[in-house]
Design a protein around this ligand. Structure first.
Ligand SMILES: NC(=O)c1ccc[n+]([C@@H]2O[C@H](COP(=O)([O-])OP(=O)(O)OC[C@H]3O[C@@H](n4cnc5c(N)ncnc54)[C@H](OP(=O)(O)O)[C@@H]3O)[C@@H](O)[C@H]2O)c1
Length: 288
């Protein structure tokens, strides 16, 4: 297949690399036309400036667009919104297509407004309680309009080399207020593996898929594990801090049952497998 991956950031680069390893023709888009991994060709374009996307029309007809764009680099909330909501359609309009417009979108489990640790799956109604989740939901709706075939991959917390937020939180010296909130994570390489596996299949990708590892875990469990593994004394948890009384935004458990039913591969099925490999990385580079 010919595939354009829009967004050459943390997830996009890994996805482009995995697709290129599988022998697809892969192009990687970001604003400067940089950062495409080995095997993929870099192409420049800013999704907020449609005239800069003209360079996409001479590319061979595409079979698939994977949107791994993120608005987080844009401080202006309106630009942030437009990258997600308008970005994939703008890129799709600038491409030539071999047949139907097939677009896969990296979304977020932040569209669920859960606060009580309940399980969420593909059948759970999305009810975002914060702006980022609302933008993600609007982006999903725009995608359905822009594509003839689409797949929304709602990712839980992305981590991997260079993205080690839970390790950083575990190792901090100040007490942690809400250690009992559930953490749901997915390793960057597993996101890439899932996308590549779906691209290998003849069958159409599902319209909605939650992408998370097998085992949500309370933060306290992960923090204690990290501190044991790194030889640190036990972490501090301020059970009485006034901040504990606030809402537990995003406190949910993300089910990956559908992903597993589709027999999609996970190299890092739980936090211990994923974080263990990152501990040496953190001791060299420091937690990020
Ligand atoms: N991070 C998480 O924990 C998380 C969790 C759940 C879901 N997700 C989803 O996963 C996706 C990818 O996240 P990520 O962390 O891999 O993103 P990232 O590392 O921040 O990369 C974002 C990419 O988008 C590109 N981009 C931004 N604005 C652009 C514009 N106007 N025109 C063209 N390209 C533009 C950036 O290009 P430049 O190099 O030009 O800046 C960059 O390559 C996002 O959709 C996000 O919602 C992330």
């Amino acid at each position: 297949m010919n595939i354009l991956v829009a967004g050459m950031g943390f997830a996009g680069r890994a996805i482009a690399a995995a697709l290129a390893r599988d022998g697809h023709g892969v192009w990687g888009l970001n604003r400067l036309g940089t950062d495409a991994p080995e095997g993929a060709r870099a192409v420049a374009g800013d999704v907020l400036l449609p005239e800069t996307l003209r360079g996409l029309s001479p590319l061979p007809p595409m079979d698939l667009l994977v949107s791994a764009l993120s608005g987080t680099g844009h401080k202006d909330p309106e630009l942030y919104r437009r990258v997600y909501v308008e970005g994939p359609a703008r890129v799709a309009d600038a491409l030539t297509w071999s047949s139907r417009r097939c677009i896969w979108f990296l979304g977020s489990t932040g569209v669920y407004g859960a606060e009580d640790g309940e399980w969420v799956d593909e059948n759970t109604p999305a009810n975002p309680r914060h702006r980022a989740g609302e933008v993600q939901l609007a982006a999903e709706a725009a995608l359905r309009d822009a594509a003839d075939a689409h797949c929304v991959l709602r990712l839980s917390g992305l981590y991997g080399p260079g993205r080690t937020r839970l390790i950083r939180q575990a190792l901090r010296k100040r007490p942690y207020f809400k250690p009992d909130i559930w953490a749901n994570q997915i390793h960057r390489d597993d996101v890439a593996g899932v996308v590549a596996a779906l691209a290998r299949r003849e069958a159409r990708a599902p319209e909605l898929l939650l992408v998370s590892d097998d085992r949500p875990a309370p933060r306290r469990e992960i923090f204690d594990w990290v501190r044991r593994e790194t030889g640190c004394p036990e972490g501090l948890y301020d059970e009485d801090h006034p901040a504990r009384a606030g809402r537990n935004r995003g406190n949910k458990r993300v089910s990956n049952r559908k992903l597993r039913e589709l027999d999609l591969p996970l190299r890092y099925p739980d936090y211990a497998r994923g974080l263990r490999e990152l501990l040496p990385w953190v001791s060299t580079h420091g937690p990020k």
